[in-house]
Design a protein around this ligand. Sequence first.
Ligand code: NIG
Length: 407
Amino acid sequence: MSELISNIGELMTQDGELGTLRDAAVVLEGERIAWIGPTAQAPAADTRTDAQGRAVLPGWVDSHTHLIFAGDRTAEFEARMAGESYSAGGIAVTVGATRSASDYDLTRLGLGRLAEAVSQGTTYLETKTGYGLDVEQEGRSARIASTVADEVTYLGAHLVPAGIDADDYTALVCGDMLDAVRPYAAWADVFCETGAFTPEQSREVLTACRDAGLGLRVHGNQLGPGAGVALAVEFGAASVDHVNFLADDDVARLAQSWSGWDAAALAGRGAGQRGTVATVLPACDLSTRAPLAPARMLLDAGVALAIASNCNPGTSYTSSMAFCVATAVLQMGLSVHEAVRAATYGGALALGRESGLDEDGARAVGTLAVGHRADLHMLKAPSATHLAYRPGVPLTAGVWREGVRKV
Ligand code: NIG
């Protein structure tokens, strides 16, 4: 089955060669994009959708979420808005509720959150374990996550549960717990922060997970300055997420990590040695009243940037990538094009899904080009600028995920 989407007012491909096209058309063939060009030259297809001058972008690539949880932390949020500061300790509340939930409920809740994200234009999504924190529960979370998300990250190193020595727990994360999640997870993450895991414990976790063949990511420099960024770059992690408190050295390390990457790649098509993406989480920064991550400065320094929702019950209970993009423009100093890019191509880069067909036949996401996954987001607006110009307005008019229309 093929579908022609014609009369697109602004087609923001995020592809370095195609750029942004006016009065454009796209042909979808099964799960992939088969043709892109001017509407006047579009080939025939089995079905036709008239975009009526609306804007079309790649679907959002949300590279950082925590969707596998039960329970509620409204009271913690209220206390924070009344002046309390965020601490990692709140994670334990969600761990208790998650452990008590049935498989059925955890799956239903996770799929409900995914559906909410897709209805707002997200077409590729990562999610993490991290609210189980024992061998059986982390294995269960990873299994359920694999039925919900495109990419699963093992985050046994989220918090040291009460009643166990931190080093003993770290050994468990690196041993039996890792074995339990290994069939389901392609990535591992560690919350390297005061109150969570020390740099030494984080190093142990990263080493064990790398040796087990998992790709790496790090929660780093969220609550204060620390070793998260340096460790992420040293281990060749695909991303370091949060990055609110950065030293000059951290920024230099992140920029330097991309020195083996073809410069054209950051503008579109990538090749060479991938570095560590800095993933900023604007909704989390607002919800925790943290200093906003320095996204403008990171881009200016040549760091590859992603924007993600960090949807989780503690620090960022939103699945709206559009909200994150609007905040990045209005509060972090990014242009609309830069923010959309970070929320599409940047997310793909953070998940290693930015180009080509991999050995499993998975297609590139985050950019619109021939052969890439047919993941598109149509706006109820003539240009992507409306995402920031009309913040908070539901602007999603259509969503195609692997070529299938969802909205
Ligand atoms: O990415 N920082 C650590 N993990 C989550 C918060 C988890 C929670 O508080 O439940 C985050 O913000």
